[in-house]
Design a protein around this ligand. Structure first.
Ligand SMILES: Nc1ncnc2c1ncn2[C@@H]1O[C@H](COP(=O)(O)OP(=O)(O)OP(=O)(O)O)[C@@H](O)[C@H]1O
Ligand SMILES: [Mg+2]
Length: 239
């Protein structure tokens, strides 16, 4: 039984009737359409779906990064997009951790400095931020690469630094876009093991986008994004 099932399920973040399109010079690409999604406290939720279906877009809208054209996103009953952009900046920094599909690490800073960044934005104590960043980088197996800049790191190493950065402020929700995409099977299993441990020890909630059936099979619940809608997927077919 996972944490989400062991207690009454409490809604952490909920997307209701969201529409999101991209307008290019030639066309309008409808990505999310009347999309509903609810994430419960303490679960490790997987999102799967074909390339280009809108998984990254879904995570960005869910995490307060991309305002939808229509619909609401409620974080514990608070409609986050009702507020202005400075509220959203603060909301993300305090409540949400992101692991972006393409990492978005700052190239001029070391792995350690990148991981510390979310805490420094909050003006937290630098020594304490450094200590936590070092702890997290050790946890993701980056102990010997802390002083390397992103240009000197492999894709898998950058991805692990991005996970450490995402966890820096102990977010209520960690959104990770294909966090094992650049890892081999062993490193991927270790990362999922870490995610499961953080979930168990701290009741940390995760939403992971993945293309890997192996990863999806290790999560509490898996949803598939198809034609702008999120559907439950039969876990036994995933493994
Ligand atoms: N800024 C943008 N402008 C125009 N179109 C965009 C933009 N961002 C994404 N798209 C389009 O929206 C659709 C959804 O993109 P998204 O990146 O969310 O897909 P995805 O499911 O994450 O794909 P992948 O599995 O390849 O990462 C795609 O067709 C993409 O080309
Ligand atoms: Mg994507």
């Amino acid at each position: 039984m996972n944490n989400a099932e062991s207690a009454e399920q409490k809604s952490l973040i909920k997307m209701v009737g969201v529409d999101k399109s991209y307008k290019t010079k030639r066309e309008i690409i409808r990505v999310l359409s009347e999309t509903h999604l609810e994430v419960f406290e303490g679960e490790v939720l997987g999102i799967v779906g074909a390339s280009g279906v809108g998984k990254s877009t879904l995570l960005h809208v869910l995490g307060g990064l991309d305002r939808p054209a229509k619909g609401e996103v409620f974080f514990k009953d608070q409609d986050i997009y009702r507020q202005g952009n400075s509220y959203l900046d603060r909301f993300r920094n305090i409540h949400i951790g992101f692991v972006f599909q393409f990492f978005n690490l700052l190239p001029d800073f070391t792995a350690l400095e990148n991981a510390m960044f979310p805490a420094l934005i909050q003006n937290n104590n630098t020594a304490a931020a450094k200590e936590r960043a070092e702890y997290l980088l050790c946890e993701v197996g980056m102990k010997d690469r802390m002083n390397h800049k992103p240009g000197e790191l492999s894709g898998g190493e950058s991805q692990r630094v991005a996970l450490a950065r995402g966890l820096m402020n102990q977010p209520d929700l960690l959104l990770a876009d294909e966090p094992t995409g650049n890892l081999d099977t062993k490193a991927s299993d270790q990362l999922i093991e870490l995610i499961r441990r953080l979930n168990k020890e701290f009741n940390q909630t995760f939403v992971l986008v993945t293309h890997s059936q192996r990863v999806a099979g290790q999560l509490d619940r898996v949803l598939e994004l198809v034609n702008g809608k999120v559907n439950p997927i039969n876990q036994s077919l995933v493994i």
